[in-house]
Structures are given as C-alpha cells and as structure tokens.
Design a protein around this ligand. Sequence first.
Ligand code: HEC
Length: 147
Amino acid sequence: MGFKGFGVIAIGILASASLISRFVAQEVLAQAVSSTRDGVYTADQAKLGKVLYQKQCATCHGAALQGKGKSIPLVGNVFLNKWVDQTMADLFMKTNTTMPASAPGTMTPDETSQVLAYILSVNKFQAGQKPLPTDPDGLGAIQIAKP
Ligand code: HEC
C-alpha cells in the first residue's frame, strides 16, 4: 500500500469514528435530560391524584402534604432536598412499594403516577402535555430538580 492508500484508509477511519461519536451523543440525549421542571405530568393526572391523595395519604401526611408526626412532609425543601438529583423512577419505586404505609403495594402503577403528579403540582412544578410515565425507563429519564 502506497502513502496515498494509507491516507484514504485514515480518512475512512476518521469519518466513521465521527459518525459513531455523533450517534452515541444522540443516544445519550434521547435517553436523559428532562427534569421535573419540564412539564412531565398532565393536569388531569394531578386531578385524579389529588382525590387519591385525600383518600389514601392525607391521614398520615396531612391535607397540605405538610407531614404529621413520623409521616414526613411531601412538599417543600425538606422533601425536595432529599430527592433532588434522584430520578422519578426512585420516587415512584419508594411510593409504589412502601406507600400507603397502612397498605403497601396496593396502588396500581397508574395510580402511583397520578399521586406523584399531584405531589409535583403541590411542589409548584408546572403540568405539561405528556403524562407522567409508569415504566422504569421513562421515569428514570426524569431528573428531580427544584421548581
Ligand atoms: C399510615 C401512615 C401513612 C400513609 C397512609 C401514607 N404514608 Fe407515606 N410515609 C409514612 C411514613 C411514616 C413515612 C416515612 C418513613 C418512610 O420513608 O418509609 C412515609 C414516607 C413517604 C414518602 C417518602 C418521603 C421521603 O422524603 O422520603 C413518600 C413519597 C410517601 N410517604 C408517599 C405517600 C403517598 C403518596 C401516600 C398515599 C398513597 C402515603 N405516603 C400514605 C406514612 C404514611
């Protein structure tokens, strides 16, 4: 192979490397980088979640989510500081598997997302067009941030 042939191969390698890195960058972007600030639940979900919350959560966490005794607040800095930089998948897991503490694991995935939508709304995150998902991948792509 002459010098010229080597050059052609080198350019070929460089071109495919840049294609690959562009592809990887797009994949990463497609997966993550939305946050609770980006309108990640619908107003309808939050409305259903409010009814659910009042029935199943308010006795312990308070009508205004302020917390009561051992039942810690679900609103404000105490709550958000604990969850900030985790994802909605973490909060979903915790809620779906351990709450309501009187009957853990009795909420369906849809109900869990509705009640979380309500909790987000009370924490002053805006609603959007897309419902809060119920699958681990969708939820895991939503970072918990401060409003
Ligand atoms: C019988 C009382 C009781 C009921 C009812 C209840 N909780 Fe809780 N909840 C607790 C207690 C106590 C804790 C704190 C201990 C823990 O984290 O497990 C807690 C913690 C939580 C946490 C974690 C908060 C944090 O910052 O770590 C979430 C989220 C939560 N509850 C949501 C709910 C939702 C949503 C409902 C209604 C579907 C509900 N809870 C109903 C008692 C209750």
